[in-house]
Write a protein that binds this ligand. Structure first.
Ligand code: FE
Length: 234
C-alpha cells in the first residue's frame, strides 16, 4: 500500500526529528536551525580531532565578508567612478552592467544601483530576512541579519548610521531601500575628494563593504585621513 508506506515514512521522519531533539542534552544550541546545528557539530568534531582551527575558520569567514566578496562590488563602484558611460549603464540596468563584469549568480539576478550624492545618502536593509547582493558583496555581515538593524534602520536611520560612526549633514536626505527576493540594491558611494587621476584599481581600495550597504562612506585617501598636506598634488 503506497499510502501506508508514505505514512510510515513520514512517521519515521518525525521520529528522527524528535529523537534528535530529545537528545540535545541541554546544550545551549537547541534553538539552532538544523543546518546550523549540523555545521556547529561538524566544526566541533573537526576541532576535537585537531583537523581544523576555529580561529582559521573565523578568519576565512571574515575574509569572505570583508575582502573577497566585496571586492567585486568595489570594482563595480570604481569603474562607475572612472567611466561615466558605465555609470549610466549601471543606473539604467544594474543587473546587465554588473553581469558584464562577470559578477553573476544567486541573489544577484535583479540588481539596482542607488547613487549617493551630496543631497541623498542611500542605505540598504532587508526587513523581512537577509536578502543581500551576493555576487557583488559576498556574505552578509552578522549585523545585517540582526533584528535590531532590520527594524531600526527603517524607523531611525540617522541614529543607526551614527552608531556606525557615520554622521551625515542635516540637509542630506537618507533613503532606506528594503531588499526583497526580487530586487537587491548596491549603494554607489560618492568618490572621495583628492583622488583625481587615480586608477580604478587604486580607487577600489577605498570602497569598503559597508560603504556599499550604506552604513559607511568610501574611505578617504590615506594622506587626507592622516591629515598630511596634499598641496604637492594640487
Ligand atoms: Fe531577505
Amino acid at each position: 500500500m503506497g499510502y501506508s508506506w508514505l505514512v510510515g515514512h513520514d512517521h519515521h521522519h518525525n521520529h528522527d526529528h524528535d529523537h534528535g531533539h530529545h537528545h540535545g542534552d541541554g546544550e545551549p544550541d537547541n534553538h539552532l536551525k538544523p543546518i546550523e546545528a549540523r555545521v556547529r557539530a561538524l566544526e566541533t568534531i573537526l576541532t576535537e580531532k585537531g583537523l581544523i582551527d576555529p580561529a582559521a575558520i573565523d578568519a576565512i569567514v571574515d575574509t569572505y565578508q570583508n575582502d573577497v566578496g566585496p571586492r567585486n562590488g568595489a570594482a563595480v563602484v570604481a569603474k562607475a567612478w572612472t567611466e561615466p558611460e558605465f555609470a549610466a549603464r549601471l543606473a539604467d540596468d544594474a543587473t546587465e552592467a554588473i553581469a558584464s563584469l562577470g559578477f553573476i549568480g544567486r541573489q544577484g539576478e535583479h540588481m539596482q544601483a542607488v547613487f549617493n550624492t551630496p543631497d541623498v545618502h542611500n542605505v540598504v536593509v532587508c526587513t523581512l530576512c537577509s536578502c543581500y547582493p551576493w555576487p557583488v558583496l559576498g556574505l552578509p555581515p552578522v549585523w545585517y541579519k540582526s533584528p535590531p538593524y532590520r527594524s531600526r534602520v527603517v524607523m531611525e536611520p540617522r541614529a543607526v548610521l551614527a552608531e556606525f560612526g557615520l554622521e551625515l549633514p542635516a540637509e542630506t536626505e537618507v533613503r532606506v531601500w528594503d531588499s526583497t527576493a526580487e530586487l537587491r540594491y548596491l549603494v554607489i558611494p560618492m568618490r572621495p575628494d583628492g583622488t583625481d587621476g587615480w586608477s580604478a584599481g587604486e580607487l577600489a581600495e577605498l570602497v569598503s563593504r559597508d560603504s556599499m550597504i550604506g552604513t559607511a562612506v568610501a574611505d578617504r585617501p590615506a594622506s587626507a585621513a592622516a591629515g598630511i598636506s596634499t598641496e604637492a598634488t594640487g
